[in-house]
Design a protein around this ligand. Sequence first.
Ligand code: SF4
Length: 188
Amino acid sequence: MKTTRRSFLKGVGAGVLCLSLGQLGFDLGEAQAYAARLKIEGAKEVVSVCPFCSVCCQVIAHVRDGKLVSTEGDPDYPVNEGSLCAKGAALFTLYNSDHRLTKPLYRAPHSDTWVEKDWDWTLEQIARRVKDARDKDMILKNEKGQTVNRLESIFWMGTSHASNEECAVIHQAMRGLGVVHMDHQARV
Ligand code: SF4
C-alpha cells in the first residue's frame, strides 16, 4: 500500500490519541480485543501449520468468503502455545503483501531494468543454464581417480519462504545434479 503524507499523518494522529488515552488511565485492552474480533467476525477458523521450519508451530487461519483475512498462533497447540517467531507472525503478509511477486522478473546481464516474463520462458532459461553449467563443469572423478560426480559451479541458496517439503524436494534435486554447495537462509 502506498503511504501518502495524509495517511501517514492520520496514522500518527491515531497513535498519539491512543497513547494519550492510555496515559490518562483508560483501559485500551477491551477496545483492542473488540477491534481484533471485528477483523475475524464471520470468518471460518482453519487450523494449519507454519511452513517455515521444522518446529511446525500451529496456526489458526481465518478465512472469510474464500479469502484469508488473518493468521495467528494456535494457543491450544502445545508446541508453540499461541506464539510465533517473526517469520510465522508475518505469515499473513506473505499471502497478502503488495510486495509479493506473482510473476517472474528477469534482469538481463548489464541491464538495470527488470522485465516481466512468463513461466514457460523462465523455466526454459533456468533449465538451459543449469544443463550448460553441468555439461561444462561436472567433475566425475577426483585426483585420486575416485568417482565423485560433483558440480561445483552452481551454488544453491534456499529461502525462508520455502516450506519444509519444498526444501526437501529442492535438496534432493540439487544432490541429483551433483551440486555440493548449498545453504539455507531459514534459521530460527
Ligand atoms: S518459522 Fe517460527 S513460527 Fe514458523 S514453525 Fe518455525 S519457529 Fe514456528
